[in-house]
Ligand binder design. Structure first.
Ligand SMILES: [Zn+2]
Length: 476
């Protein structure tokens, strides 16, 4: 009976993907080469999309033009669009196809404050002084996914390959503001695999625990009492004093924190003018650590310090969580599958002009890297053995919901400091365009693997269940 049941069960499992045509390795290689050729024929489209999103340069939660433009292209190409997902006006989800597997393609879209920069100019030269700019390179990832998706869609339609493609933007990634909401609101409930992309300076992918941190973003707002600062200062209670005390108190605390933590703050409201005792003031913190308990411990210390600052100034304090990100964990099956495609695609051919620009920018910012664009692909990234501190991305939240990887692609110059005008220089030049074309080929080939080989999706979930579901997964 048991044998019969198992046989029936595995037959049913196979039937779930019954329509997926079994392709010989020769046929597989042929449709992948076809996808790459189709993407090569769309290099103009790649350039226009990358440059156009660069020109919008919209900060987190303000990505209106970007959303309108990209969803317009997807609509023209047969995708159905849902706008304003998870209650976020600039967020959207685009879908095409039917049935399993459901492959989700995501990338961030927001830019960096005060990073406005003329592309291709190897010194600081803003387009608009003080304006935001793509000083991270988030103008390139969604165009990459669009290229891959419309290309694979053509092949799936012609060859009757079942499956669903889903595209979505990482809105306000710089504020870690959207992906936790997407997962909580069920947008990844029926997704089988998520292929995320992030701009880098080489082609690469990794599996297991990634370097970097998870984090919580919280704004503390103090309330006091206003008064004439000269006429009756004794009648005032300064909320700005509380902000200053919290800021300086945290700097004292810093010496006694775990060296892997990263915490930083800005004062978002320091009062209005000197002759009015500030009745309201706010300070915004990012608390980053390697694991969930460590993040919560750091956050609790921040809350305690806020309470202390309120007590010292006879004010009150309220806190508001503005964002959060889980530490990232990537899927082994999907990463190793993608890495084979990275080896097939290889790096773009850089021109002398590309290399000259890259080296000039590296020199301008005193980078330790001086060799321009890479000529060799990255090794497959393995799980970190000792934790390494650093940045965060709320793709972490999705990586604990469904098997996920991040494809890095070479659209930016190696060795820059990040979140800086220099990181915008390459982002609307042939370096960015070529990097996107190479990344789109890898992405397209990996989608083709996933929609034609059901065992890959099964193995990805096996890894996910064995390696991740057993570990702690409490949502921030
Ligand atoms: Zn980013």
């Amino acid at each position: 009976m048991k044998i019969f049941y198992t046989a029936l069960f595995s037959a049913a499992l196979t039937m779930g993907f019954a329509q997926a045509p079994k392709l010989s390795s020769k046929k597989m290689a042929a449709i992948k080469a076809e996808a790459a050729a189709k993407i090569d024929s769309r290099t103009k489209m790649a350039q226009v999309m990358v440059d156009k999103v660069f020109s919008f340069s919209e900060l987190g939660f303000q990505e209106y033009e970007t959303a309108k433009y990209i969803t317009g292209i997807l609509k023209e190409n047969g995708f159905t669009i849902e706008m304003g997902i998870a209650g976020i006006p600039t967020a959207w989800m685009a879908k095409w196809g039917s049935g399993k597997p459901v492959i989700a393609l995501g990338s961030d879209v927001d830019c960096i404050p005060k990073a406005s920069q003329k592309p291709g100019v190897a010194y600081h030269d803003p387009i608009v002084e003080g304006a935001p700019g793509h000083g991270e390179g988030h103008n390139s990832g969604v165009p990459l996914n669009v290229l891959a998706a419309i290309t694979v869609k053509e092949i799936m339609e012609r060859d009757n390959i079942p499956g669903t493609l889903v595209l979505w933007p990482g809105v306000a990634e710089e504020q870690l503001g959207s992906k936790a909401y997407y997962t909580r609101d069920g947008y990844f409930d029926d997704v089988d695999v998520c292929l995320f992309t992030h701009v880098g300076s080489n082609l690469g992918v990794s599996w297991g625990q990634a370097w970097g941190t998870g984090m919580i973003s919280v704004e503390y707002t103090f309330s006091g009492e206003s008064a004439h600062s000269a006429g009756a200062p004794w009648r005032g209670r300064s909320a700005a004093d509380a902000v200053e005390l919290m800021s300086v108190g945290w700097q004292y605390q810093r010496e006694h924190l775990d060296p892997l933590q990263r915490s930083h703050h800005v004062i978002t409201n320091g009062g209005d003018q000197p002759n009015v005792v500030p009745s309201k003031a706010s300070i915004w913190f990012y608390f980053r650590q390697i694991t969930y308990p460590e993040i919560m411990e750091l956050y609790a210390k921040g809350n305690k310090m806020a309470d202390g600052a309120a007590m010292m100034t006879n004010t009150s304090v309220e806190r508001r969580i503005l964002g959060s990100a889980w530490p990232r964990h990537f899927n082994k099956t999907v990463a190793t599958t993608m890495y084979e495609n990275i080896k097939t695609v290889g790096l773009p051919t850089w021109s002398n002009e590309d290399q000259m620009l890259a080296r000039a920018v590296q020199k301008e910012v005193d980078s330790k890297e001086t060799d321009g664009m890479p000529l060799k692909i990255s090794e497959l990234g393995l799980p970190v053995t000792t934790p390494q501190s650093g940045g965060s991305d709320d793709i972490g939240d999705i990586s604990w919901k469904v098997p996920t990887i991040t494809l890095g692609y070479p659209s930016n110059i190696p060795g820059l400091q990040g979140h800086h005008w220099s990181n915008a220089i390459a982002m609307a030049t042939p370096i960015a365009h070529k990097g996107v074309v190479a990344g789109a080929k890898v992405q397209a080939m990996t989608i083709l693997d996933l929609v034609t080989k059901p065992e890959l999706v099964e193995n990805a979930w096996k890894y996910f269940k064995e390696e991740q579901s057993s570990k702690t997964n409490t949502s921030l």
